[in-house]
Design a protein around this ligand. Structure first.
Ligand code: XMP
Length: 508
């Protein structure tokens, strides 16, 4: 299998570059620029230098060894990456002062294998202040823009290539072509990486690695822990135990969905702990959102520990860490112990000999495709994110069973109406919130004084920023009318029209 190394110089699109490479069915790994030497590079078919915010001529800028460029492996520099390449090879990089290039820009390319099948003029996405003012000896300029004299350069003999623009972002009209030409024509990759084949390899690997050992997994029903469960079950069968803690703050029907999905696979190795009483008791009288989160996290660990202790010594703890978590935590070579969002931490009083993180090389979309291959139902594969503390952070103020029940109903109605509408651009996350606000209403001839439900729907790529979704009025109307008619104690429905920032997706 071909592998491409994405050398990280601190740019914001590093993960995107790796994903774009994997979309071409070539395996890509991201490594920090200062942890790679020329000898490491030899095992890769190609290297990509990413962008980054620094100026290469400043002493403190991130630089890798020039030996990497001499290793005989093709290198593609992007943005800061091409400037670094130019600088390391003896070219000159200068600042354009206040007149950098940002956004969509007309690109004029020359005939070159990197630009095969790309018209001479196309649109690219630029984001730079520095530019290459003199290309190194042996290099030639292969593209320009009106204000950038070197929008791309190459030295075919040394297999070194670079582009000042960003081929990884969708605004670059032929960005995909540039990456594809680099991967296939220049690096000679075969394009045979498939996360599903990788899953089969993983199953074999874990069969051998965990031979004779027992493993424990906290199953939340989220896609990562679900895929982990199926994968490891294939590898070690009933030596895997999955503990599903139902804290009573799940959405309507969710506990049964998880159990009904996994029971056929896991049989007696699935332990469902119905802990609603216990969580509600711990949350009684608590209004502060962070306190609620903390209580749920701690309680969760306690329940998990109790179950683990009942099982006796278990050698392996399985975690659903995925590649973005690994990269964000600095990608140590040893297992990065993620304080799992869904469990709020790790058990302290139960010891494990090792941690297994079978998904640590995969992006979310790849985890989903492995899940489908392993037979995970669509509704779990494509589940929208759901916070670990569940409805507790969607009930503003104190959590009670009655409030949880009302919210579950209102939320189910809203989700059903959004799904029934079959929107082309469906929101990425949508749910109901039970506010702490009561208001006057009228039903029949009687005055009511019920709670207000807020509906929330957001459109986002990464949940770091989000736009409120412009849902059709008809969908909102049906949801509102059904909620106020069908759910006792709710007299008013409002729609949340705040984006993130300044608001967050969740209310608490
Ligand atoms: P916010 O509210 O921070 O949400 O804009 C961003 C995304 O994260 C989810 N979220 C959580 N997930 N535990 C989780 O596992 C949490 O405590 C938590 N808080 C927010 C939220 O649903 C959204 O997708």
């Amino acid at each position: 299998m071909d592998k491409v190394l994405v050398l990280d110089f601190g740019g914001q699109y590093n993960q995107l570059i790796a994903r774009r490479v994997r979309e071409q069915r070539v395996f890509a790994e991201i490594r920090p620029y200062d942890r790679v030497e020329a000898r490491d590079v030899k095992e890769y078919s190609g290297v990509i230098f990413t962008g980054g915010p620094a100026s290469v001529y400043l002493e403190a800028s991130p630089r890798c060894s020039r030996d990497i460029l001499e290793a005989g492996v093709p290198v593609l520099g992007i943005c800061y990456g091409v400037q670094l390449m130019a600088w390391l090879e003896g070219g000159e990089v200068s600042s354009a002062g206040g007149s950098g290039e940002y956004g969509r820009t007309l690109l004029r390319t020359e005939n070159h294998p990197l630009f095969r099948d790309i018209p001479g003029e196309s649109v690219c996405w630029m984001s730079h202040t520095d530019y290459i003012s003199r290309v190194p000896e042996g290099f030639r300029v292969t593209a320009v823009t009106d204000s950038c004299p070197c929008a791309a350069m190459c030295c075919d003999e040394k297999k070194l290539y670079g582009v000042q623009f960003h081929p990884e972002v969708v605004h670059t009209q032929y960005g995909k072509h540039v990456l594809r030409n680099f991967l296939f024509d220049v690096c000679g990759c075969a394009g045979d990486w498939d996360p599903r084949d990788y899953a089969s390899e993983l199953i074999e690997e874990y069969k051998a690695r965990l031979s004779g050992k027992r493993a424990l997994l906290a199953l939340s029903g989220g896609v990562d822990s679900s895929v982990c469960a199926l994968l490891l079950h294939r590898a070690i069968g009933s030596r895997l135990t999955c503990v599903f803690v139902d804290h009573g703050l799940l959405r309507k029907g969710e506990g049964d969905l998880v159990e009904n999905t996994f029971r056929p696979f896991l049989g007696g190795s699935l332990i469902r702990v119905d802990a609603e009483e216990r969580f509600l008791k711990a949350l009684k009288g608590v209004r502060d959102p962070e306190r609620k989160r903390k209580i749920i996290g701690e309680e969760f660990i306690r329940v998990f520990e109790e179950e683990a202790r009942k099982l006796g010594h278990t050698e392996v703890l399985v975690q659903g860490t995925i590649y973005p978590d690994v990269i964000e935590s600095g990608k140590g070579s040893s297992a990065v112990i993620k304080s799992h969002h869904n469990v709020g931490g790790l058990p302290e009083n139960v010891s494990f000999d090792e941690i297994a993180e079978p998904l640590r090389e995969l992006f979310k979309d790849e985890v989903r495709s492995v899940g489908s291959m392993l037979g995970l139902p669509r509704e779990l594969v494509w589940r929208q994110p759901f916070p670990g503390p569940g409805l507790a952070v969607r009930i503003v103020g104190e959590v009670t069973r009655e409030k949880a029940d009302s919210l579950r109903e209102a939320d189910a109605i809203f989700r059903e109406e959004v799904e029934k509408a079959g929107l082309d651009a469906a929101p990425n996350q949508y749910f109901a919130v039970l506010t702490d606000l009561r208001s006057v209403g009228v039903k029949g001839d009687a005055r009511t004084y019920g709670f207000t439900v807020a509906l929330r729907a957001v459109t986002t790529d990464d949940f770091m920023t989000a736009e409120w979704t412009r849902l059709p009025y008809e969908v909102l109307e049906r949801a509102s009318s059904r909620i106020t008619n069908e759910v006792a104690g709710i007299s008013r429905v409002v729609y949340d029209v705040s984006s993130k920032p300044p608001a967050t997706v969740e209310w608490e």
